[in-house]
Design a protein around this ligand. Structure first.
Ligand code: ATP
Length: 319
């Protein structure tokens, strides 16, 4: 194998740069050329593909975002578009592709592999929703960003008697919300995976404020619905001053944490070596601190569930 390519796709996440850097430097160390594809599948179709050197990835490990750029590309769901993409890759002599992205990007990769392009996926998303891996690149940084927000909201909330409703990202997955609630000491957490009764929550809130509570934090996963609507309902039902914060894209940014940099680097190295050693159509993830290989098709065809132990812990500790 002489040449591989790397791209980032879907939502960006902090640590994608560290992963890309590791892929590039590992491949070069093995005497394999590396091409960078700009802006995900969109750039692939537009043939925006450039050979990378070791210098191309210097001074990026500490940066959030992705130096390769990323994009959404709905046309990639069409078969003829993927056939065209495979031809473009082959025209550069690219014999393997590392895709850093979420579930959607890896699904695209799984379909592209049918055109004879060996694919290795790395889970790059703050949502931590990739099946088969406990970890995704960027989730730890996003979680710390949310925690920082919760700490600040606590200061201001305790100065007033308020209910604070905080919406966090995660798409259909409640992992970020659940972890933020546990680490941030929230009173309630609403996630798509667990049934909740808003009337009951409002009754409990009313009672606790009647007993002297000064403030509460309710974390809402975006997959549950709009925190603005939920906050309005809580305010109306409890009669307590309720304020809503929607964190939005700040959760995507920022310098990656040490955990995200180190794990992304471990995954990037494994991805490059796997392609070079003839392994294909796998996703590398991390379980129990060790890199594991997951079948690409299994990963995209299964849905990750929320660890019931986390749900139980959040419940016990918020009482
Ligand atoms: P995140 O969830 O972190 O935003 P993601 O990779 O899941 O990341 P998506 O927008 O779902 O983000 O997917 C990114 C791109 O992957 C899409 O714009 C499209 O080009 C491609 N893709 C997604 N789903 C499919 C699919 N079913 N078939 C082919 N390509 C797909």
């Amino acid at each position: 194998l002489k040449s591989i390519a790397i791209m980032t796709s879907g939502g960006d996440s902090p640590g994608m740069n560290a992963a890309a850097r590791a892929v590039v430097r590992t491949a070069l160390n093995e005497g394999v050329r590396v091409f960078g594809i700009y802006d995900g599948y969109k750039g692939m179709l537009e043939n925006r593909i450039v050979e990378l050197t070791s210098q191309s990835v210097s001074d990026i490990i500490q940066r959030g975002g992705t130096f390769l750029g990323t994009a959404r590309c709905p046309e990639f769901k069409q078969e003829e578009t993927r056939a065209k993409a495979a031809e473009i890759l082959k025209s550069h002599g690219i014999e393997g592709l590392v895709i850093i992205g979420g579930d959607g990007s890896l699904t695209g990769g799984s379909l592209l592999s049918k055109y004879g392009i060996p694919i290795v996926g790395l889970p790059g998303t703050i949502d931590n929703d990739v099946w088969g891996s406990d970890y995704t690149i960027g989730a730890d940084t996003a979680l710390n960003t949310i925690l920082d927000a919760i700490n600040k909201l606590r200061d201001t909330a305790s100065a007033h008697r308020r209910i604070i409703v905080l919406e966090v990202m995660g798409r259909t997955c409640g992992w970020l919300a659940m972890m933020a609630a546990i680490a941030g000491g929230a009173e309630y957490v609403l996630v798509p995976e667990v049934h909740f009764d808003l009337n009951k929550i409002c009754d409990e809130l009313k009672e606790s404020y009647a007993n002297g509570r000064r403030y509460s934090i309710v974390v809402v996963a975006e997959g549950v619905g709009s925190a603005v609507d939920i906050g309005k309902e809580i305010g109306e039902k409890t009669g307590i001053d309720t304020r809503v914060t929607v964190l939005g894209h700040v959760q995507r940014g920022g310098s990656p944490t040490a955990e995200d940099r180190v794990k992304a680097s471990m995954l990037g190295e494994k991805a490059a070596l796997a392609l070079i050693n003839g392994q294909r159509n796998v996703v590398f993830g991390i379980n129990n601190g060790k890199v594991v290989a997951i079948d690409l098709h299994d990963s995209v065809n299964n849905n990750k569930t929320l660890d019931p132990e986390l749900v139980r812990l959040a419940r016990v500790l918020s009482k």
